[in-house]
Design a protein around this ligand. Structure first.
Ligand SMILES: [Ca+2]
Ligand SMILES: [Ca+2]
Ligand SMILES: [Ca+2]
Length: 388
């Protein structure tokens, strides 16, 4: 290792302003009980000193062993941000409480050219609770782009620890630092279309709590776009691979069938009658949008969710987003679909953000356990005012 702490020794190890590469891990906290902390600020891990290319030899950027309490990778000051790119294995291997803020992971120092880590950039395993990646403030945003596999892989956490205190907010995943230019994660090899992308949940455990990704507050949504693979996926459709995507911009991802959110079989999965199927997110059915129209900031919509009240936790939370190539653009509004509505058409008028073009739109349904659907097909109104 480059630097190493033994948790039992109570030391705070701060590594700042260094260029490190060629180690098994540049920085590592040992997996034993104790009180030591890792802090990594303003370093270049796995790249050359200019941050323009991968350096030879490294495997893991930094590893946070179990019972590290807690670790800080980057921060909200420009001088605290790390560049972690070109690592042959994970950029950050997280096995306990860690805050990852403001870093460039998988890009060059300008945040615009890929220097891949991988297979996955950030890997979270073991019983990691209270892991934060990004934040609502723009200064906390990580750019996690240009990596070989997934930007974030949420691995095998135990049932008790599963996704507890997890926050993934405000990050750019699959774009350059501006959020405007594609810098995809995942493989462009067409033989590996299912490989890589934004966020993968993988768990053989029995936990049923879900990973909350994003949020509806200012700055909390992640941008997960233009990846060669999927946006967010439950890897094996297990019940322990649940996720609740809140407010995120998830679009133009290029997995099987161009799925942006993926549960069930690979690619967009049709609804089943009554929604009796099980698996990741209970394979929650998406809302069928029957009619929609916009007048000013009012969106009137008629929709139905074909989910029997015994097959999901009601009321369902229905989120409407502006359509972006079958994925989500701007989050528009939210409705509650009560048990009295179950499997019936419901018409509601919702207020959307000022100036938002609400049509065409897509929608998701999420039950009280946070188990969310894939996106509905985009609903458009043809030949209304502007001959769309
Ligand atoms: Ca699917
Ligand atoms: Ca279903
Ligand atoms: Ca179901």
């Amino acid at each position: 290792y480059g630097f190493y702490t033994d948790k039992a020794n109570g030391v705070i190890l701060t590594v700042q302003g260094l260029v490190m590469h060629g180690f098994i891990a540049n920085l590592f906290g040992a997996p034993v009980a104790g009180t030591s902390q890792l802090r990594a600020f303003g370093n270049y891990f796995c790249t050359n000193a200019d941050g323009t290319a991968a350096a030879t030899g490294p495997t893991t950027g930094l590893g946070v062993g179990t019972n590290e309490t807690p670790a800080f990778v980057g921060g909200d000051l420009a001088a605290q941000r790390n560049l972690i790119s070109g690592c042959g294995s994970s950029a950050i291997d997280i096995r306990s409480t860690t805050q990852v803020r403001g870093n460039l992971i998988g890009t060059d120092a300008t945040g615009s050219v890929a220097i891949p880590n991988g297979p996955s950039a950030i890997s979270i395993t073991s019983d990691s609770v209270n892991v934060g990646i990004g934040g609502a403030d723009a200064t906390a945003r990580n750019v996690i782009s240009g990596n070989r596999g997934f930007a974030i892989r949420l691995g095998n956490l135990s049932a008790a620890a599963q996704y507890v205190g997890l926050q993934i907010q405000g990050n750019y995943i699959g774009t350059d630092w501006t959020g405007l230019v594609a810098l995809p994660n995942g493989s462009a090899d067409t033989a590996q279309t299912a490989f890589g992308g934004g966020i993968q949940l993988y768990s053989t455990q029995t936990g049923s709590s879900v990973a909350v990704i994003g949020g509806f507050g200012e700055g909390e949504a992640n941008l997960i776009a233009w990846n060669q693979g999927v946006g967010i996926i439950a890897a094996s459709n297990r019940a322990s691979e649940g996720f609740d995507s809140r407010g995120n911009w998830v679009h133009h991802n290029r997995a099987v069938g161009r799925a942006n959110l993926d549960i069930g079989d690979l690619g967009p999965t049709p609804n089943d009658a009554d929604d009796a199927d099980t698996g990741a997110n209970g394979q929650q059915n998406w809302p069928e949008i029957i009619a929609a129209s916009q007048v000013g900031d009012q969106l009137s919509v008629t929709y139905r969710v074909d989910t029997a009240s015994t097959h999901a936790g009601y009321p369902l939370r229905i989120d409407f987003y502006a359509n972006a190539m079958g994925g989500s653009g701007l989050w528009l509004a939210q409705d509650s679909y009560g048990v009295a509505d179950a499997q019936q058409a419901r018409t509601v008028t919702l207020t959307v953000p000022p100036g938002a073009k609400a049509l065409p739109c897509v929608a998701t349904a999420t039950d009280t356990g946070g188990q969310g659907s894939e996106f509905s097909p985009a609903f458009d109104v043809l030949f209304e005012d502007d001959f769309d």
